[in-house]
Design a protein around this ligand. Structure first.
Ligand SMILES: NC(=O)c1ccc[n+]([C@@H]2O[C@H](COP(=O)([O-])OP(=O)(O)OC[C@H]3O[C@@H](n4cnc5c(N)ncnc54)[C@H](O)[C@@H]3O)[C@@H](O)[C@H]2O)c1
Ligand SMILES: O=C(O)C1=N[C@H](C(=O)O)CCC1
Length: 274
């Protein structure tokens, strides 16, 4: 039985992850954390998310070290915000707890802090900006398109719900990195455009973030050439798409002793080469 702790337990992702873990035979939630001074602290997390009692009281992140020592989870799943995630990863990895990290919006310094904590403490982690299986196939397809159409004008457009805190999305940034690594010419990321921008340069990858309503997550990459264009779109219509990938990642990382992995490793997509 894989014992799992969740940070961001009552959030849009955390609550759905807990619901889905509760339906699996090979894993169970042993600890769940929210922000310090949360008004529901101590209440049963299952009741709070509407699935009935699961015997796990809501803890807060200031208790993370003590509760991890007491409940001894194998894996901690973090869907919070970047600054909180960095601290959670430091504490979890010091306790020898493996990680599945879905939080986005990190600075380069925060990414480095996370990697340092994981490596210094010899734990294993899956880090992914998007756990949806379809998005990972979309990423793989981008490797192919960037290799074939690297000199086309490339623009990335993403849209998410009005509550999303970071922009552009982690997925859009990952898509840009994949294109940059595969297109065979220099790349410069251009975030939105305004005013007298001058003629578009070939090396630009335009990245545009839209926010509104309850959009779960849409990403389109446009490869525009002379007289034609390809538009590759992924639309998530339910967070269950991300949650299903998280469940696969928990099983994957439970078997790994150390190292930093991504969802291509979880889904066996690294072997596919174009
Ligand atoms: N990788 C993916 O597949 C994927 C999918 C969806 C969302 N995300 C990312 O996951 C993150 C969360 O998204 P969401 O929509 O669930 O957000 P949300 O705001 O609904 O949930 C985040 C939760 O974390 C809690 N939190 C904040 N700081 C905390 C701390 N120190 N300890 C414990 N809990 C803390 C908040 O109170 C909140 O309940 C975002 O960065 C988002 O971009 C990633
Ligand atoms: O809802 C969010 O927030 C999402 N965040 C991830 C990102 O930033 O790419 C994945 C899609 C949903």
């Amino acid at each position: 039985m894989i014992k799992v702790a969740i940070t961001g337990a009552l959030g849009r992702m955390g609550s759905n992850i807990i619901k889905t873990i509760n339906q699996q035979d090979d894993m169970k939630v042993v600890a769940a954390f929210e922000v310090p001074n949360h008004p529901k602290k101590g209440e049963d997390v299952g009741k709070l998310i509407g699935i009935g009692e699961i015997g796990v009281p809501l803890s807060t992140s200031d208790e993370l070290d003590a509760v991890l020592k007491e409940t001894k989870p194998d894996v901690l799943v973090d869907f919070t915000i970047a600054s909180a995630c960095v601290e959670n990863v430091k504490i979890a990895s010091k306790n020898g707890v493996k990680l599945v990290i879905g939080t986005t919006g990190f600075t380069e310094e925060q990414k480095a802090e996370i990697e340092k904590a994981i490596k210094e403490n010899n734990v294993s982690a899956v880090i992914s900006q998007n756990f949806a299986i379809g998005v990972n196939i979309f990423f793989k397809t981008l490797e192919f398109l960037a290799k074939k159409l690297g000199d086309y004008d490339i623009e990335i457009v993403e849209m998410h719900h009005r509550h999303k805190k970071d922009a552009p999305s982690g997925t859009a940034l990952r898509a840009a990195e994949i294109i940059k690594a595969n297109r065979g010419i220099e790349s410069v990321f251009v975030y939105g455009r305004q005013g007298m921008t001058g003629e578009r340069k070939k090396e630009e990858i335009g990245i545009h973030a839209l926010r509104g309503g309850d959009v779960v997550g849409d990403h389109t990459v446009i490869f525009a050439g002379d007289g034609e264009r390809i538009e590759l779109t992924h639309r998530a219509s339910s967070r269950q798409a991300f949650v299903n990938g998280v469940i696969l990642a928990i099983r994957f990382i439970a078997e790994k002793e150390n190292g930093i992995y991504n969802t291509f490793d979880v889904l066996g997509l690294n072997e596919i080469k174009f």
